[in-house]
Design a protein. Sequence first.
Length: 318
Amino acid sequence: MKVIDHINGAKDTLISFEILPPLKGKGINAIYNHLDPLMEFKPSFINVTYHRSETMFKKQADGSFAKIEVRKRPGTVGICAAIMQHYNVDPVPHLICGGFTREETENALIDLAFLGIDNVLVLRGDAAKNETYFEPEPGGNRYAIDLLKQVMDLNNGIYLEEEVKDPGGRAQFCIGVAGYPEKHFESPNKATDLAYLKAKVDAGAEYIVTQMFFDNQKYFEFVDHCRAAGINVPIIPGLKPITNKKQMMILPRTFHVDLPDDLSNEIMKCKTDAEVELVGTEWLLQQSRELKKGGAPVLHYYTLGKPKVIWNVVKELV
Ligand code: FAD
């Protein structure tokens, strides 16, 4: 079922989760162990992130170093199929431009369609670790909107090399995109960022999932700004718990988000990470309650290795 149909058919705020594929070599049980406890909350859908390969240097027998491309977290498509089969829950694979040619993307979409997966979240991806700025793969998509247009084309039976006239069994993906309450870090200002977001919606995105934020006011203002700009699709807040002190530096630097003073002051008082986790859990619970009350269509939790914290929060909401 499509994410947009889940939202349109809902009487109350829905719950969804996001997971990362495990590091290469780990089995599917790593995913089931992570998700099993969370399934009692009947998530409407589960997102699975996509990761580009990274350039690494491997020492050769003669002492020289060979450049190799390594994908540390492969398996997004397979994990989505496993989630659907094992839990009967709709998976949402992420698709990224970075590191993929348009042909590779088309092949991934064809696989997803054969598997009966109805949803994709389309993203640009970040610059590779050895690049200052994002560079698309030769023959790849540059912006999320280019990838989105490729998916829309496929929905319309237009493949890279030709239009397929017989529409029987054609893929019909529901497409989500990312939005940034605190602005995407490369955008010169919020208005420009919003204009590009509107372009993605006008091109066919049916809903938006936000970057994490820790101050709900930023989400509510973002929704207001989107509505004023004529963006009328559901806007799903992305939520992440803080569980250790290091995140006070890592999150703003990596995701370009602010931590409110009240939250950072409380974290500073903590002597151990266990105490930080308690503060982070309580903060996330208050955020969730307020967002639910404020009419958020879905609460989307980035579970990233912390399913217990998410469980503690969601159990207080349902
Ligand atoms: P875009 O929408 O392409 O925007 C990128 C930048 O370009 C913005 O500054 C935008 O304003 C600007 N821009 C957009 N269109 C144009 C245009 N036509 N001309 C000029 N400028 C333009 N990364 C992963 O690698 N894997 C994941 O699974 C993943 N999942 C994510 C899930 C969510 C909910 C979010 C919020 C982010 C996720 N990311 C993921 C990170 C994401 O890939 C990065 O934030 C990336 O830097 C931007 O992606 P985007 O899709 O928003 O890009």
